[in-house]
Design a binder for this molecule. Structure first.
Ligand code: ADP
Ligand code: MG
Length: 238
């Protein structure tokens, strides 16, 4: 676990600025949902946190360290995407353990961590299966397992449920929250879905056109929106 501090964060692509000096403090263990319309800069911000995208200005710290110039593997984060690219020719266990194997961890320790993550995610019966024999929800759990085994300081999720059907999406919201209850890992969760934000977040960060419109607990935003954009966005779910 670690606190995440984002200070005056800027991103430009060529001459076009898409993130305009964002400031957010995320306390240790908090589950923050970053929500906003498509194209507002959510993924860009998350990818800068992950180190997958260079920052054009500002500072990101994770725990006591400024991570601006650290590679993704040095940041102690784990990211879960919408397209949870699993290796089709590896078993569930091998998929989950792969990042640890790459990092040179001994096999016994990998097996122990994979077993533990599988237990948490209800994947124990499926460890010897291949991804093609798994449902969409199970595959997304494997992708989460691959993140959990690394025991990161921070989880980053980018629209992890948007490829799932509505029923499964609702179920997975609960599962991800339960996972957070259990692990208490600082989490930044990106979605364009207001209901997902309202039901999952400790605090919501509403973004619009590369800027933060408001930060607050779900009910706070609902009861006291700071402007008409937040009122409209939170008040009229898709
Ligand atoms: P969101 O995740 O909220 O939908 P993005 O962070 O993907 O938004 O995109 C924010 C803005 O940055 C958009 O206008 C998008 O077109 C632009 N953008 C994203 N990635 C690139 C890129 N690699 N090159 C140029 N523009 C980009
Ligand atoms: Mg996005």
């Amino acid at each position: 676990m670690a606190e995440v501090k984002i200070r005056d964060l800027v991103k430009s692509y060529g001459g076009l600025q898409v993130v305009h000096g964002v400031n957010v403090d995320i306390p240790d263990g908090e589950f923050v949902v970053l929500v906003g319309p498509s194209g507002c800069g959510k993924s860009t911000l998350l990818r800068m946190l992950a180190g997958l995208e260079a920052i054009s200005g500002g500072t990101i710290s994770i725990g006591p360290r400024v991570v601006n110039n650290l590679a993704p593997s040095e940041r102690d984060i784990a990211m879960v995407f919408q397209n949870y690219a699993l290796y089709p020719h590896k078993t569930v266990a091998a998929n989950m353990g792969f990042p640890l194997k790459m990092a040179g961890m001994p096999k016994e320790e990998i097996d122990r961590r994979v077993a533990e993550a599988a237990e948490i995610l209800g994947l124990t019966p499926y460890l010897a299966r291949y991804p093609r024999a798994m449902s969409g929800g199970q595959r997304q759990r494997v992708a989460m397992g691959r993140a959990i085994v690394r025991n990161p300081q921070v989880f980053l999720f980018d629209e992890p449920l948007s490829n799932l059907d509505a029923k499964l999406r609702v179920q997975m919201r609960t599962e991800i929250r339960e996972l957070h209850q259990r692990l208490k890992t600082t989490t930044v969760y990106v979605t364009h879905d207001q209901i997902e934000a309202m039901t999952m977040a400790d605090r919501i960060v509403v973004m619009r056109e590369g800027r933060i419109s408001q930060i607050g607990a779900p009910l706070e935003l609902y009861d006291r929106p700071a402007n008409t954009f937040v009122a409209g966005f939170i008040g009229s779910p898709a």
